[in-house]
Design a protein around this ligand. Structure first.
Ligand code: F6R
Length: 236
């Protein structure tokens, strides 16, 4: 594991963007696994700036996102599809047909989950997976549980996750209680993993996840077994 401590969010975002930019430059047809939430916003801003400067070309890139709230479609401004459009896809030259986010409104959610895993396999796996980490150690929406769940699946979001995500909604009651998430199989099969964590509130969980025992009660701890993991942490 390459654990990098940086002094602020801007530095985290620049260093994170450097890793993604290097991936896209070295392999223009990269499959990028992407995340939402507040942590990656700065990285996406950096990537857009580098695209606008003519330094990055996303025309051959494919992207596959980690998760989506159940019941929200892409036109809902709280959906993760909407987030990705506004924070990245609408500003770069990625082909919209090559961007994948789970369909939170699929009629047959089980079939949607299976198709999502089949797509990842079809791609030959993810080249670089970007992750944030929840206060309870979740990655994607793989919440603490008795087992590490392998495939894409539907989860009941934990209280602490609903609480943490309420900041993005008008009220806590509007936060969906279920989501579709890529499982640990898709994440662990990624050739490279980049996890970013920002703020003093994440310090304890980062310590537990990367320097404590590997347990499904701290889902991110499984990443200690990944052979190409970079963690960038900024306390400020
Ligand atoms: C989002 C995701 C989540 C977030 C995590 C941290 O696609 O998969 O695991 O990365 O909840 O969220 P922030 O960055 O908002 O603290």
């Amino acid at each position: 594991m390459n654990f990098i401590t940086v002094s602020n969010y801007d530095e985290l975002s620049r260093k994170g963007a450097n890793i993604i930019a290097a991936q896209v430059i070295q392999k223009p047809k990269s499959v990028l696994g992407l995340a939402t939430g507040s942590s990656p916003v700065g990285i996406y801003r950096e990537l857009i700036a580098r695209y606008e400067a003519g330094d990055l070309d996303f025309s051959k890139v494919k992207s596959i996102n980690l998760d989506e709230y159940l019941g929200l479609d892409g036109s809902n401004d709280q959906s993760y599809r909407y987030f990705m459009q506004k924070n990245l896809f609408d500003h770069i030259n990625i082909d919209p047909a090559n961007t994948y986010v789970p369909n939170g409104c699929a009629e047959d959610v089980a079939a949607e989950c299976e198709a999502y895993d089949a797509r990842i396999e079809d791609f030959g796996g993810i080249d670089l997976q970007l992750l944030g980490i929840g206060l309870d150690g979740h990655i994607g929406f793989n919440e603490p549980a008795d087992i590490f769940e392998k495939g894409t699946h539907v989860v009941d979001l934990h209280e602490s996750t609903i609480e943490a995500n309420a900041r993005f909604f008008a009220s806590r009651d509007e936060v969906p209680t279920k989501a579709v998430t890529m499982g640990m199989g898709g994440i662990m099969q990624a050739k490279k993993v980049l996890l970013i964590a920002n703020g003093a509130a994440k310090k304890e969980i980062v310590q537990k996840a990367f320097f404590g025992p590997i347990t499904p009660l701290v889902p991110a701890s499984i990443l200690q077994l990944h052979s190409d993991l970079t963690v960038i942490y900024s306390e400020n």
